[in-house]
Design a binder for this molecule. Structure first.
Ligand code: UD1
Ligand code: CA
Length: 453
């Protein structure tokens, strides 16, 4: 949309969150609330966005400094009207201005576009989104005349008992003509129950200036649920999570129990993948088609090819090739490239390593800082000894190497193609191609020793 700017109010302390973080930096499905609202405003087409910060403004600004918004600081939180006054310089008389709240993170660009279209079609001075709700306590109430025309907004604390009965409420989301907003800001005062400068007073001011004011009813009131405490934080996360899960299910992903499946909204999942309960799938994770994920996996920024099975596993910032089976109880740390048709079994930890196709790492093994080729067998209890207390070193294992159980590979070291390592060996030197390395003491048997002692 053209000729549109936005102001996002995010100065409030959020006392009821009981937090060291400013409220808008709390996360919903992996992203901070302020980041979500900024994204939505940009998606709607806002050219310039001004964020009104106050409480811990340095932290808020630092968190979203790369998103392309401007900031102003509201030193004292004297009300929503006062907050918008701080952004006065930013208001362009000839453009429309959206006003959004940083603690109302579920609003969508589809709804905002509808609001701006409604506003422009009706040629209103200001348009808001309203909703009819069961419990309207605490909200601004929309007062209409007998013919249903908009009269004013009354804040709950200022409402008469009759006005308190009204069920149509102000969502707190507005679009103004820049010129009308500037006019209203010059008139808003704080003569009310809370001694605050109320932004909703702008509605009545603009109306009495001879312009049109109206409310667009919404069909999905969950979009403007605000977050004031941790209970609402959980409620809002739940609503978004449900939408994300439903979206994947619509696209052909089976989610066995959506209630215990937590997927961030940038995650991509292919058709016919099955997600078992207890999975947390975060960040920019991409999962291919036909995978089986879970139960109980935490996957962060992972790239997983089709037909992978991964269960009871924590994995991050790594890639896994198709047909590979991981877990139960594997731990894949950053910068691993696990190839195709590999087995990464129980109690295996991988870190900063490349594993070639068809290799088996079946149990109780640590592979760190290693370049491993194809068709390797890691015996149970193999350890790449990559750290001498000061520095990290790499291990190189070429194709078709067989490592017996309980071997230490002291890096830097190379096992050449097709070589064998005897069980229980501690390897400190290169093993040549096709050689057997035995690096342990030979067994001796002392006959009759037990009876003598
Ligand atoms: C506001 C509206 C109410 C509406 C409701 C919808 C007013 C007076 N009332 O009430 O009509 O139904 O939202 O949720 O606007 N903020 C600042 N600086 C301030 C005060 C607030 O930046 O000085 C920010 C807050 O951080 C928050 C937002 O503005 O993000 C809303 O403020 P809040 O005090 O929560 O308003 P409500 O009482 O919920
Ligand atoms: Ca609020």
């Amino acid at each position: 949309m053209k000729n549109l700017n936005a102001i996002i109010l995010a100065a409030g302390e959020g006392t009821r969150m009981k937090s060291r973080l400013p409220k808008v930096l709390h996360k919903i499905c992996g992203k901070t609330m302020i980041e979500r609202v900024l994204n939505t405003a940009f998606e709607t087409g806002a050219e310039k966005i001004c964020v009104v910060t106050g409480h811990k403004h340095e932290m808020v600004q630092e968190a979203v400094k790369d998103m392309g918004a401007d900031f102003v600081v509201q030193e004292k939180q004297l009300g929503t009207g006062h907050a918008v006054m701080q952004a006065e310089k930013f208001i362009d008389e000839n453009k429309d201005v959206l006003v959004l709240y940083g603690d109302t993170p579920l609003i969508t660009s589809a709804t905002l576009k509808k609001l701006v279209e409604f506003h422009r079609k009706e040629d209103n001075g200001v348009s808001i989104i309203s909703a009819v709700v069961e419990n309207s306590e605490g909200y601004g109430h929309i007062i209409r005349d007998k013919n249903g025309a908009f009269v004013k907004n009354v804040e709950y604390k200022d409402a008469t008992s009759e006005e308190k009965e009204v069920k149509e409420i102000n969502s707190g989301i507005y679009v103004f003509k820049g010129k009308s907003l500037k006019y209203a800001l010059s008139k808003i005062n704080n003569n009310n129950a809370q001694g605050e400068y109320y932004l909703p007073d702008a509605l009545e001011i603009i109306l009495s200036n001879g312009e049109k004011v109206n409310a667009m009813a919404t069909d999905d009131e969950t979009e403007f649920f605000g977050v004031n405490n941790r209970i609402q934080l959980a409620d809002v996360s739940h609503i978004l999570r449900k939408k994300i899960n439903e979206n994947h299910m619509q696209n052909g992903v089976t989610i066995i129990n959506p209630e215990t499946t937590f997927i961030d909204d940038d995650v991509e999942i292919g058709m016919d993948t099955i997600i078992y309960p207890g999975c947390v799938i975060e960040g920019n994770t991409k999962i291919g088609e036909g995978c089986t994920v879970g139960p109980n996996c935490r996957l962060t920024d992972m790239e997983i090819a089709p037909d992978v099975t991964i269960q009871y596993t924590v994995a991050m910032e790594s890639t896994i090739g198709s047909g590979t089976k991981v877990g139960p109880f594997a731990y894949i740390r950053p910068n691993c490239h696990v190839g195709e048709n590999i087995k990464v079994g129980d109690f295996v930890e991988l870190k900063n390593s490349t594993i070639g196709n068809g290799t088996k790492i079946s149990h109780l093994t640590y592979v760190g800082d290693t370049d491993a080729g194809e068709g390797i067998n890691f015996g149970c209890g193999t350890v790449t000894v990559n750290y001498d207390g000061k520095k990290k070193y790499r291990t190189t294992i070429e194709d078709d190497v067989f490592i017996g159980c309980n071997a230490n590979l002291v890096a830097p070291v190379t096992l050449k193609k097709g070589s064998y390592v005897a069980a229980g060996s501690t390897i400190t030197k290169e093993v040549p191609e096709d050689a057997l390395a035995v690096a342990r003491q030979r067994q001796i048997n002392l006959d009759g020793w037990v009876k003598k002692h």
